[in-house]
Write a new protein. Structure first.
Lengths: 146, 163
């Protein structure tokens, strides 16, 4: 009787742990374009992310640093809440160092692509400036992904 | 009534207070047996206080060493005294060495240039579960700041199908 209870308890705890550790593949296409919209460089990164855990991208450039934190929170079987936080420090600024922190969230379906502009988006022509953005897609991690 | 031997010994060591001390002195003045016992104690004490005590050809130091070694042999040694200390010391040194080397070995490679590493190799490391990804922008590329961040849905998504 004791053995059966012990075995049942272990199975219950194991199932609970496995269920609570849903994993996703976070695909991020990093893009930096110049004023005329021409891509200067881009890079794609894929990461395995656990639900409710964060993934931090730390970008360093000559004139500043940008930290972006993504976290995924399941809403239901189909939808996820993507929370994106940014912490930007611009060292070279005419009015002194600039610090900007933002937090945005969006619900998305698995496989749906969202675009994140951590430094804002200039809809008009931005001659000379660079437009930095990340295209983010989230998929459920399945065995064949590994 | 005669005092027992332990009381006499205590009296000899001057550990008995008044009025008992006076009573014992009075008693000993009248009791030859107690006086005799007291003299024995005195002789024994003087004998043991000799500088070079010799019993059956052995000095006091020899006797002490013999008793001490018998005591050491008879007691159960703890695990850390019984085991060979060298493997433990080597393991401790290895752990210390590794813990000193690891922090220094990561410093130079912690920043990667995505255009050099990730695109050229066309590989994505899914096994690395560190949640911090440091990325150095290519040289001469700078950040341009336009305002608050924006998170937007991309056009062209058609439901649940994967892109």
């Amino acid at each position: 009787m004791k053995k059966a209870l012990l075995l049942g308890g272990i199975i219950f705890l194991t199932l609970g742990t496995v269920q609570g550790q849903e994993q996703y593949v976070l695909s991020v296409n990093i893009n930096n374009s110049n004023g005329s919209g021409k891509e200067v460089w881009s890079s794609q990164i894929e990461r395995i992310v656990r639900a409710d855990r964060s993934e931090v991208f730390l970008f360093e450039a000559e004139n500043g640093s940008l930290s972006i934190t993504f976290s995924l929170h399941p809403l239901d079987d189909e939808r996820l809440l993507l929370v994106a936080g940014s912490d930007f420090r611009l060292y070279e600024n005419q009015e002194g160092p600039l610090v900007s922190a933002n937090l945005k969230s969006i619900s998305l379906k698995k496989g749906e692509k969202v675009v994140y502009y951590p430094l804002g988006k200039n809809d008009e022509s931005n001659e000379g400036g660079m437009l930095f953005f990340l295209e983010v897609t989230v998929n459920l991690l399945e065995n064949e992904n590994i | 009534m005669c005092p027992d031997k332990s009381l006499l010994s205590a009296f000899y060591d001057n550990e008995i207070d008044e009025p008992w001390k006076g009573e014992i002195i009075k008693h000993m003045a009248a009791c030859s047996a107690c006086r005799s016992q007291f003299e024995e104690l005195k002789e024994m004490s003087l004998f043991l206080q000799q500088d070079k005590l010799v019993i059956d050809g052995r000095t006091g130091d020899d006797i002490y060493k013999q008793v001490f070694h018998q005591h050491r042999r008879s007691r159960i040694l703890p695990v850390w005294e019984r085991m060979n200390p060298w493997p433990l010391a080597v393991a401790a040194l290895l752990i210390l060495g590794i813990s000193l080397i690891i922090p220094f070995s990561k410093t130079k490679e912690s920043f990667i240039t995505p255009s050099l590493v990730l695109i050229e190799n066309d590989q994505v490391d899914l096994s690395d579960m560190d949640n911090l990804i440091p990325i150095m922008l290519p040289p001469k590329q700078k950040f341009s700041y336009y305002g608050d961040s924006q998170l937007l849905k991309a056009a062209g998504f058609e439901g649940d199908t994967l892109p």
